[in-house]
Design a protein around this ligand. Structure first.
Ligand code: HDE
Length: 715
């Protein structure tokens, strides 16, 4: 079928098919995609067929293996290639995972921009997203407390447009020159390279205190936002202020938002801590699993815009990345939808080599004087050069899908061959000329600038507390309790008293009761008066409860169904049908992975049920809910300490537990001594979930609390 390429490999059939499906990026990448299973035989990198890659060429005399020969070019190639497999990891956001998808515009924003991607509703723009943590290195765990990167590359018809965002709408610092200090302080400490994937250490909190501008952001990072349940359940924010320019040349400032259809959900801290060891790949697996199961994650794409002439109408500076634009003041306008629907074929050339640049914008979009953005525009391009080399934009994952031609040339690892006798402009052949503005050529917004050259920021940048208070006030009670617990955890890990004592004082500038609570837990003197009065104001779109999906859904959630020999087949079949019908993922956990037989099932004639996993390789933390059917198997389950722990732990994490028949008794027994109040303190809050659902009570208690009460009453 497909033509043979060097190395005896052939084009991937599926990738070639992509060329005909209309997805321009899939078709583009297909040009460079081969399938190892289509390879007829092994060749060297220079194409020569090789018959033995298992033994180094050496002198053998029949009895002894003699010295290996340097002459063996095949062995040397294999080792050389291996020696150089690694490239430098990203200096921040090293740990990440990516996927392909599409962006569909639903409403033209032609009133504010001339960008084709935001005005042409007939387009289907391919995208690649990379989600990441910030602090940890490439091999660190997914569920650590950290900001998540949310970087989107739109392969538009006018070139690549990158929104290199986060899942938190503000940042720690206002001026990009502070970034190296910030990253040094947050990363593992210089003397011992500790801790990995954590902000719970002296240097981070020392930095946080010494930069009061970081106050708003660290409050977000101490909230549930920093321990998402899934990448699919987090918001994305461009954070920086960009500009949109319409066809009449009018400019608006803009902030970009992505809002997940599944709502914004988090783990509880105890789950996150345990998962970091039990399943360090929890988030990347979750994303791949959902896409494989066609539960394609979707986000609304929204913009907030402020006309240029209203720049000074706000208490805060609209170019300050430590501030949100409260939605009561600047409403969100949903104009599009983003969907992820394809996993990568190979991690390194796609997810690892993808390179984002805040400076990648398309006509109709422009920068602003946001001092954080200005520095970022320099930094990203620069870092790609050291990570990937100067020709990084030629890599398949990075190259645009529209025509690309200019007079830039050469550099290490140049791949493209440009024919022609001129490589400069202007040239006597008129080859590859600039594009007129009216024909779509990019031009910068002709902004008027005046001022005194100085190392300073304008006065409004000096206010650092108001929105930190606004954020805290806008949380629900259980979210506030989680913030207090997170701060208590983090500052307890700081052993230098100056660090946690000062931070208790900083917290007293946000909310006195919060500061007092945290000071008690971390051993700082209890602040007696507020360093600054809390203004008491609230805003929408901050609490995660504001993002509940329109219809409650368990779609794509993982439900554990625990069985041993003698389970009730009717309850089992019923729950399998119900879970699958609701679009969730049933995962059968057995007392072993070999087939398990239902109550009354004849082992000689039946195949039994083959579990997906055996209980000892899984933990309750990996599931959103648990169901145990009744039947004699409960006798075995009830003797198993790990299964009892599973039930108790799920309960402690306020997850739904379902049981029928004899299994109701097991759940009652395990939870008999548990005080609901205590369970909720452990998870620090009352979550409105369906709690414990058993055949002993109504099918759907209104809350976790009610479910638990019903269980107790029926004991
Ligand atoms: Fe980044 N950031 N950043 N950052 N950032 C990088 O670029 C930088 C900032 C963000 O999945 C680096 O390619 C500076 C804010 C994401 O490949 C580097 C400043 C936001 C990613 C860099 C910031 C981000 C990066 C490291 C302060 C949210 C991962 C590797 C002015 C809006 C992208 C790389 C990916 C990565 C610099 C602050 C988001 C060094 C100088 C604010 C999602 O260039």
């Amino acid at each position: 079928m497909a033509t043979t390429v060097a190395g005896g490999l052939q084009k991937v059939e599926s990738a070639v098919k992509a060329a005909t499906t209309g997805n321009k990026k899939a078709a583009d990448i297909a040009r460079d995609t081969v399938d190892v299973q289509q390879g007829k035989f092994i060749t060297a990198d220079y194409g020569v067929p090789v018959h033995n890659t298992d033994n180094w060429l050496r002198v053998v005399d029949g009895q002894h293996s003699g010295p290996s020969l340097l002459e063996d070019q095949i062995a040397r190639e294999k080792i050389h290639r291996f020696d150089h497999e690694r490239i430098p990891e990203r200096v921040v956001h090293a740990r990440g995972t990516g996927a392909f998808g599409n962006f569909r515009l639903k409403e033209s924003a032609a009133d504010v921009t001339s960008a084709g991607v935001l005005t042409d509703i007939s387009r289907n723009t391919p995208v690649f997203i990379r989600f990441s943590t910030v602090q940890g290195s490439r091999g660190s765990a997914d569920t650590v407390r950290d900001v998540r990167g949310f970087a989107v590359k739109f392969y538009t018809d006018e070139g690549n447009w990158d929104i290199v965002g986060n899942n938190i709408p503000v940042f720690f610092i206002q001026d990009s020159i502070k970034f190296p200090d910030f990253v040094h302080a947050v990363k593992p400490e210089p003397h011992n390279e500790v801790p990995q994937g954590q902000t719970a250490h002296n240097n981070f909190w020392d930095f946080a205190f010494l930069h009061s501008e970081a106050t708003h952001m660290f409050m977000w990072v101490m909230s549930d936002r920093a321990i998402p349940r899934s990448f699919r359940m987090m918001q994305g924010f461009g954070v920086n202020t960009y500009s949109l320019v319409n066809k009449d040349g009018k400019r608006h400032f803009v902030k970009f938002h992505f809002i997940p259809h599944l709502g914004v959900h988090s783990l509880v801290w105890d789950e996150a801590l345990k998962l970091a060891g039990q399943d360090p790949d929890f988030h990347r697996k979750d994303l791949m699993e959902a896409i494989d199961n066609k539960a394609y994650p979707k986000w609304d794409f929204a913009i907030q815009t402020i006309p240029e002439e209203k720049q000074d109408d706000f208490e805060f500076d609209v170019l300050d990345a430590t501030k949100i634009w409260p939605e009561e003041l600047v409403p969100l306008r949903v104009i599009g939808e983003l969907e992820l629907n394809r996993n990568v074929d190979e991690f390194f050339p796609q997810t690892e080599q993808v390179a984002f640049c805040t400076s990648h914008i398309v006509p109709g979009i422009d920068f602003s004087d946001d001092p954080l953005l200005q520095g970022r525009n320099f930094s990203y391009f620069d870092t790609q050069i050291s990570r990937l080399g100067i020709n990084w934009e030629e890599l398949p994952i990075n190259r645009p899908v529209c025509p690309m031609m200019n007079h830039n040339r050469d550099g290490a690892m140049k791949h493209r061959i440009t024919k022609g006798i001129v490589n400069y402009w202007p040239n006597r052949l008129d080859a590859c000329p600039p594009v007129k503005i009216e024909q779509g050529g990019f031009t910068s917004y002709p902004q008027k600038v005046a001022g005194i050259k100085n190392r300073a920021l304008s006065p409004k940048f000096r206010e650092h507390h108001s929105q930190a208070q606004l954020f805290y006030n806008s949380l629900s009670e259980h979210e506030k309790a989680h913030v207090a617990k997170a701060l208590s955890f983090e500052l307890d890990h700081c052993d230098d008293p100056i660090v946690y004592q000062r931070m208790a004082l900083r917290l007293a500038e946000i909310d006195l009761p919060l500061a007092q609570q945290v000071a008690t837990m971390v051993g700082a003197p209890t602040p007696e008066k507020a360093g600054m009065q809390n203004h008491g104001k609230k805003t929408g779109g901050v609490s995660q409860l504001d993002f509940a999906p329109k219809e409650p859904t368990i779609a794509s959630r993982r439900i554990a169904i625990i069985i041993g020999d003698g389970f009730d087949p009717v309850a089992f079949a019923g729950i399998m049908g119900a879970v699958t019908g609701a679009g969730a993922l049933p995962v059968v956990i057995g007392t072993r992975r070999q087939p398990i037989f239902a109550d009354g099932e004849d082992k000689s004639s039946s195949k039994g049920a083959t579990p997906d996993h055996q209980y000892d390789s899984m933990r309750s933390t990996m599931f959103d809910a648990t169901f145990i059917p009744g039947g004699p198997h409960v006798q075995t389950l009830s003797k198993n300490g790990q299964i009892r722990h599973w039930i108790a732990e799920s309960f402690g994490h306020l997850k739904a537990i379902g049981a029928t028949g004899e299994a109701v008794g097991l759940v009652q027994q395990v939870l008999a001594g548990v005080d609901l109040q205590f369970a909720m303190t452990a998870s620090a809050g009352v979550m409105e979930s369906y709690g414990v659902v058993t055949s002993a009570g109504p099918q759907k208690p209104k809350s976790f609390k009610e479910g638990f009460q019903i269980l107790k009453d029926s004991t």
